[in-house]
Design a protein around this ligand. Structure first.
Ligand code: ATP
Ligand code: MG
Length: 420
């Protein structure tokens, strides 16, 4: 038997309802906030990600699915959506629209990571971007929307919003040097991964999940004290807007993002309910990235939600039931089947879900099937019923039966909807 590739997973029918619920809720919240969907390709030129995510990031250095196509072009399965979304934004001139341009997209992402619960090689993200607006209110509004989405899913009380500012090109380089020197002096106390990052990407060291590194890293110089005046002012205003909205959040001075291009505001939505995989969503501001990808010098801002982790949080308790048929139509023989097939279709075309036996099983077996599927009514048509032009409608709960003219059956089935 050929099995699925390690780290990728099927979403089975029993889970699909929860996925649809998350997606529908997200669309509703996003659209009331003025976001419009954009659908993007799953692979792009490798250089787009190298440039858009950053050469020194984990993603680009070791997590990408990169391949050559038959023409020898280097292509990569997208590890995240922002780079593709900005590529499309620039390519199609979407930046001529009034700002901010609000876009979202959903779909699979691909990263070569060590698979474990909540961490896969193909996973799904909802990606949201607000483009072309520098105002700090956008940062706050994005976080408010993110939390609102989880409120709508009744998950907000299991999540914490963490916020930080990581400065910009004016203040970060000096902080980066100071931090690197501080880390170098203590390299012996850090894990191998941290040591490897000190020179490449020292801010990322702060993000280390290794419990052995945490106590030391918590005493590292905080960027908050190194922000330039405009960055400090921006961060203060973001917090003022969040406070005014009553949103609860914590400032986490160690919160940096894995991707290179973030400036100023970064944020994460975390949970203690999923073990080591504690980040459910992450985002922040990336002014300068659009220009870096060949577009106009515009601000950018956004976040991505890991949908597997949302579905895991929803768990079984909120499993959303799939629509159950109102009746099982049971033809006893070929003539009855020929009569019932179009009647079933007529009911379905009115939006009434019905199931149909094909006349191959005995009545008893069909009634058992209706019980197993939890269907409330059986509609039985045998030769006798056919001569009378009637169906026998039987309640599976009470066993009560009554005759219904066959040509009235679609109406009758519609009326049964919503009855036990
Ligand atoms: P992590 O620290 O968990 O590796 P990240 O910083 O790499 O996360 P982002 O690139 O910010 O994650 O992606 C946003 C969200 O996508 C994460 O918060 C997480 O919920 C989800 N995510 C990231 N990688 C995976 C994965 N391999 N499998 C499942 N979900 C993932
Ligand atoms: Mg990661």
């Amino acid at each position: 038997m050929i099995k699925a590739v390690r780290g990728v997973h099927d979403i089975l029918p029993a889970e699909a309802a929860a996925w649809q619920h998350v997606e529908a809720t997200a669309r509703q919240v996003l659209e009331t906030h003025g976001y419009r969907e954009i659908r993007l390709p799953i692979f792009e030129r490798t250089e787009l990600f190298a440039r858009g995510i950053g050469e020194v990031t984990d993603i680009v250095q070791k997590e990408m699915y990169t391949f050559e196509d038959r023409a020898g072009d280097s292509l990569t399965l997208r590890p995240e959506a922002t780079a593709s979304l900005l590529r499309a934004y620039i390519e199609h001139g979407l930046h001529v629209q009034p700002k901010p341009v609000r876009l979202y997209t959903m779909g699979p992402m691909f990263r070569y990571e060590r698979p474990q619960a909540g961490r896969y090689r193909q996973f799904h993200q909802l990606d949201v971007e607000a483009l072309g607006e520098e105002h700090p209110a956008v940062d706050a509004e994005l976080m408010m929307m993110l939390v609102e989405l989880f409120r709508a899913l009744r998950l907000a009380d299991r999540l914490q919003l963490e916020v930080n500012s990581i400065g910009d090109a004016a203040c970060r380089p000096a902080y980066r040097e100071r931090l690197a020197a501080w880390l170098r002096a203590r390299a012996g106390e850090l894990c191998e991964e941290c040591r490897g990052r000190i020179d490449r990407n020292p801010l990322r060291v702060l993000d280390c999940k290794n419990p052995a590194c945490r106590p030391l890293l918590d005493t590292a110089p905080a960027i908050r004290d190194a922000l330039c005046a405009p960055c400090a002012e921006h961060f203060a205003r973001v917090q003022r807007y969040l406070d005014a909205s009553g949103l609860s959040y914590v400032v986490n001075p160690r919160l940096v993002r894995g991707l290179d291009y973030y400036v100023r505001t970064t944020f994460e939505l975390t949970t203690t309910d999923l073990g080591a995989q504690n980040a459910v969503a992450g985002g922040g501001r990336y002014d300068g990235l659009i220009e870096h990808l060949g577009g106009p010098p515009e601000a950018g801002n956004g976040f991505a939600i890991g949908l597997e982790r949302v579905v895991l949080l929803l768990g079984r308790q909120q499993a959303v039931e799939a629509a159950r048929p109102v009746a099982l139509l049971i033809p006893l023989g070929e003539a009855a089947l020929t009569r019932l097939l179009p009647l079933a279709e007529a009911a379905r075309s009115r939006g009434v879900a019905v199931d149909l036996g094909y006349g191959a099983r005995r009545l008893r077996a069909e009634l058992e099937r209706a019980n197993k599927l939890g269907i409330g009514h059986a509609v039985i048509v045998g030769d006798e019923e056919l001569t009378r032009g009637e169906a026998t409608v039987r309640s599976m709960t009470t066993g009560q039966q009554r005759g219904v003219p066959l040509d009235k059956l679609p109406d009758e089935l519609a009326a049964l909807r919503g009855q036990p």
